[in-house]
Design a protein around this ligand. Structure first.
Ligand code: FE2
Length: 449
C-alpha cells in the first residue's frame, strides 16, 4: 500500500513539475493520507528543481573545484555527493539553506521564450557556491546534488540532480578547448547546438591527436545573448558539455546585459561560482586560477572602459601575475586585441606594456568574431577566438591594412562562422591549434619556454 502511495505521489509530482516555472509551488498535489511520507521525485522531473548547475575552477585546480547551482526558495538543505570515476561516493556534505544566498538579480527582467513569446523572467531562488576539496591531482571525479524541502502539504520531498564530471589538474600534459561568442538565444537554438557540436569536434580532434580528449573548457565570453535572462543560462547549462567538463569563463558584453540594455556583472557572477580573488566590485567576476603549470587571469572588459577602471584592473593583474610562480602566464579578456577586418589596433595598445613588464606568455581575447593570431611580440602571443554560433560572424576579412608586422594569421567564414581552439600544454610549451567545424587545423602556434 505504501509502495502504491509513493508511486502515485511521484506521478502527481511529475505532472506538477513539468510546468517548469522557477518558483512554482506544489499546491496542485493531491494530499496523501499520511503527511509524513518521504518522496523521492522521479529522476526525469528533477531538473526542474536545479537551476544552472555548472562546474567552475577553484583557485588551485589540482585540489579544489567549485560548483554553482540554484534551487527553489523553500529548500531546507542540499547534499553534495562527491564520487570517484566509478560512481563510488567519497564524501557527502549537507549544506543548509543558510549556506546559500537568496538571488533576485534576474527576477522580473524582460526576456524571450524559446517559442518567441515575450515574458518577464520569474527567478527568485537560492544560489549555492560550493568548493569540492580536498581533491587529488590528475583525477577524474563526478558529483551530484540532492535538494530537500517540505511542500505546502507538509510532506518531505527530495530531488536529485544529474551527475556532473570533471578532472583535476596535475597531469604533466593537459588540454583545454577554447571557445567563445555563441550568444545562446533560445528562439534560435542552432546557435547553442552549433557551439556544443564544436566543443565535441575539438574533443574528438584531441582524442585523435593525443589519445585523449581535452580536460576542461575555457570560454571567453558572450555565451548567452542576454545575461540578464536567467532562462538563457538555464537552458545552456543543460547541454551535455556542461555536465562532462569544468568550464572556466569570463564576462562578455552580452553576458553583462539585458534585453533592454541594462548592465550588471552580477548576471555572470550568479551564473557561476568562480574564485572570489578578484578586485573590489569584481569578486567572482574577475578572478585567477592555476591549472597545472599555468596561471589564468580572467578580466571583465565591461568595467575597464574608463582610464580609472583600467588602472584598477591593471593594478590587480600586475599583483596577481607577480605573485604567481606558475611556469606559464595567460591573461584572458573578452574584447579583441586587434580588429580582424583590417588589423587595426584595439585592446593591444592598452595592455602590451604591462604584458611585457610581467612576462605574459599568452593573451587571449574574443568578441570580434574574427580569429587573429599575432607573432610573438616581445614575450607574448596574442590570440582572439572566432565566433562559434554559425550566425553572428562578421561579413568578410578585408585587406590587412595595419599591424602587418604583428599579425601572423586571420580567419573567419563570414557570418556563418564556427571555430574553436585546442590548447595543448606540457612543461616546456603551449601549443594552440585553430579548428574549423570540420576539424581542419587551420592555424597552429607553439609558445616555448
Ligand atoms: Fe560576441
Amino acid at each position: 500500500m505504501k509502495k502504491i502511495l509513493l508511486v502515485c505521489i511521484g506521478g502527481l509530482l511529475l505532472a506538477a513539475c513539468s510546468k517548469g516555472s522557477l518558483d512554482t509551488p506544489e499546491e496542485s498535489i493531491t494530499p496523501p493520507k499520511k503527511d509524513t511520507v518521504y518522496v523521492n521525485l522521479p529522476k526525469d522531473s528533477c531538473n526542474n528543481y536545479f537551476y544552472s548547475v555548472n562546474t567552475c575552477p577553484g583557485e588551485l585546480c589540482s585540489s579544489e573545484i567549485n560548483v554553482s547551482w540554484g534551487v527553489r526558495l523553500n529548500t531546507e538543505y542540499c547534499i553534495v555527493y562527491l564520487m570517484d570515476e566509478t560512481g563510488k561516493i567519497l564524501k557527502q556534505t549537507k549544506l543548509p539553506a543558510s549556506k546559500a544566498e537568496k538571488c533576485t538579480v534576474y527576477d522580473g527582467i524582460y526576456s524571450k521564450k524559446a517559442n518567441g513569446d515575450n515574458f518577464y523572467e520569474s527567478a527568485r531562488f537560492l544560489k549555492y557556491n560550493y568548493t569540492l576539496t580536498p581533491l587529488s591531482p590528475d583525477k577524474k571525479y563526478s558529483y551530484r546534488i540532492t535538494s530537500h524541502w517540505i511542500d505546502s502539504q507538509g510532506r518531505k520531498i527530495s530531488a536529485t540532480s544529474d551527475t556532473y564530471h570533471f578532472r583535476t589538474a596535475g597531469a604533466d600534459r593537459w588540454n583545454a578547448c577554447i571557445i567563445s561568442d555563441f550568444h545562446s538565444y533560445p528562439p534560435l537554438p542552432g546557435r547553442l547546438s552549433s557551439a556544443m557540436k564544436m566543443v565535441e569536434t575539438v574533443n574528438n580532434y584531441s582524442t585523435g591527436k593525443n589519445g585523449k580528449g581535452f580536460d576542461w573548457v575555457l570560454h571567453l565570453g558572450d555565451v548567452v545573448a542576454w545575461g540578464g535572462s536567467w532562462s538563457f543560462w538555464n537552458i545552456m547549462y543543460r547541454e551535455k558539455p556542461f555536465k562532462n567538463w569544468m568550464w572556466a569563463g569570463l564576462n562578455g558584453n552580452h553576458d553583462n546585459m539585458t534585453r533592454q540594455s541594462d548592465y550588471s556583472n552580477k548576471f555572470f557572477k550568479y551564473a557561476t561560482a568562480n574564485p572570489l580573488n578578484g578586485y573590489q566590485g569584481e569578486e567572482g567576476v574577475c578572478y585567477s586560477f592555476t591549472y597545472g603549470n599555468t596561471l589564468f587571469v580572467m578580466l571583465n572588459n565591461e568595467d575597464m572602459g574608463t582610464s580609472a577602471g583600467l588602472e584598477k584592473a591593471q593594478a590587480w593583474v600586475r599583483q596577481t601575475l607577480n605573485r604567481s610562480t606558475a611556469r606559464f602566464k595567460v591573461v584572458c579578456e573578452h574584447y579583441q586585441w586587434f580588429y580582424g577586418s583590417t588589423g587595426s589596433t584595439s585592446q593591444y595598445s592598452r595592455w602590451k606594456d604591462l604584458f611585457d613588464e610581467c612576462g605574459v606568455d599568452l593573451a587571449l581575447g574574443a568578441n570580434n568574431h574574427i580569429y587573429v593570431r599575432s607573432h610573438k611580440l616581445n614575450n607574448t602571443v596574442y590570440i582572439q577566438t572566432p565566433s562559434s554560433d554559425n550566425e553572428r560572424g562578421q561579413d568578410s576579412i578585408g585587406e590587412l591594412e595595419y599591424n602587418q608586422d604583428k599579425i601572423a594569421f586571420r580567419w573567419n567564414e563570414g557570418p556563418k562562422t564556427i571555430g574553436a581552439l585546442l590548447m595543448d600544454v606540457d612543461n616546456n610549451k603551449i601549443t594552440i591549434t585553430l579548428l574549423d567545424r570540420n576539424a581542419q587545423a587551420l592555424d597552429n602556434v607553439t609558445i616555448s619556454k
